[in-house]
Design a protein around this ligand. Structure first.
Ligand code: NCD
Ligand code: ZN
Length: 345
């Protein structure tokens, strides 16, 4: 096969940031994607419906000319979130999901949740109206090893929440372990997971062996090779519970290349090329369509995009090493393998 056409993909987990950064990275997503679920971890976070409306309007104002792209907004869940505000935001169609960050788990998560009993009424409202909860699934307990934080989160936090709030629809975001894949498989139709591009490509050796590579550092941190293999198997399996959320998370190089550098891989630019390469290597190119274009809308109850994209295989394709912003460069994720698939239409 040297050519594939699929419904225009969606990205179910994207960081667009704001201001100059947003203007620089937005075209990298609108080029290939029809919709993206926009993460609310701005500073300050997008907590209320009014803030989500204003953020959506800033995104629409920054849209490159001719782009046909719909940002799907989320609210950042805090212990002060009001069920009525959230319900109104969902019923008006403003928001597509709510994002749960355990307080302190990752970039800009200080306003997240520490005491899960305090968000129970809001989660009950969400279960009632069918509004999905997107979960950053890592415990923040400093005594838990960083490589175990996802698996421990499932047992200590996620499973108890799902047992207590019957009918709550949950997306376990950017899963990185076999444990999470197994948990999602056993979870039924109210549970799904996003998988990033970079976690299909790197394991923890890529970050740490032979020198430290800050551009491969993201959260959840990449795990052992056996976990990466579990993710590749899940993504290419055709199972509807697994779909693409790139977690493309731009940071200025000056913020990554530091004694204490930021977490996040920027993959918007070359994601489709990388995914085609990964799926082809698994003999699963025909399943890319499910992962990138069908399973996400299926879970969220939205139509599959009618527009199409075509990828063609040929000589190795190169992508810019970095995207320029007014404040400096953002390095594009380097998959460390030649890419042969390019988006041609
Ligand atoms: C994300 C970011 O930079 O906002 N970073 C990351 O490593 N993935 C936050 C997140 O999704 O955890
Ligand atoms: Zn993210």
């Amino acid at each position: 096969m040297t050519r594939i056409t699929l419904p225009r993909p969606d990205d179910w987990h994207l960081h667009l940031r704001d201001g100059a950064m947003m203007r620089a990275v937005l075209p990298e997503t609108t080029r290939d994607f029809a919709r993206a679920l926009i993460m609310p971890n701005l500073v300050p976070p997008v907590v209320t419906a009014a803030q989500a409306t204003a953020y959506r309007d800033r995104i629409l104002a920054a849209m490159p000319e001719g782009a046909d792209f719909q940002p799907l907004m989320t609210l950042y869940l805090t212990e002060e979130t009001e069920a009525a505000d959230l319900r109104a935001a969902a019923e008006s169609g403003l928001i597509t999901a709510v994002k749960l960050y355990p307080a302190g788990a990752t970039t800009n998560s200080a306003s997240g949740v520490s005491d899960f009993t305090r968000v129970k009424p809001v989660l009950e409202t969400m279960a009632e109206i069918g509004l999905p909860l997107c979960v950053h699934g890592e415990v923040t307990d400093p005594t838990v090893d960083i490589f175990d934080r996802e698996a421990v989160f499932i047992d200590r936090v996620l499973d108890p929440i799902r047992r207590e709030i019957a009918g709550l629809r949950v997306v376990m975001e950017h899963v990185t372990t076999r444990d999470a894949v197994d948990y999602v498989r056993a979870g039924g139709s109210d549970l799904a997971a996003t998988i990033t591009t970079h976690h299909l490509v790197i394991n923890r050796n890529h970050i740490l062996a032979g020198g430290i590579r800050p551009h491969y550092y993201c959260l959840p941190v990449a795990k052992r090779e056996e976990h990466r293999r579990a993710l590749v198997t899940a993504a290419t399996s055709g199972e509807a519970a697994f779909f693409l959320g790139t977690d493309s998370a731009p940071h200025l190089d000056s913020a990554k290349l530091m004694p204490c550098g930021c977490a996040g891989c920027f993959t918007a630019t070359n994601t489709l090329s990388i995914l085609a390469e990964v799926f082809e290597a698994e003999g699963a190119l025909e399943r890319l369509e499910g992962f990138a274009s069908r399973h996400g809308p299926g879970f969220y109850g939205l139509p599959v995009n009618e527009d199409r994209v075509t990828l063609e295989k040929g000589e190795p394709v190169s992508y810019p090493a970095a995207i320029a912003t007014e404040d400096g460069p953002v390095t594009v994720f380097d998959p460390m393998m030649p890419l042969h698939w390019r988006v041609v239409a």
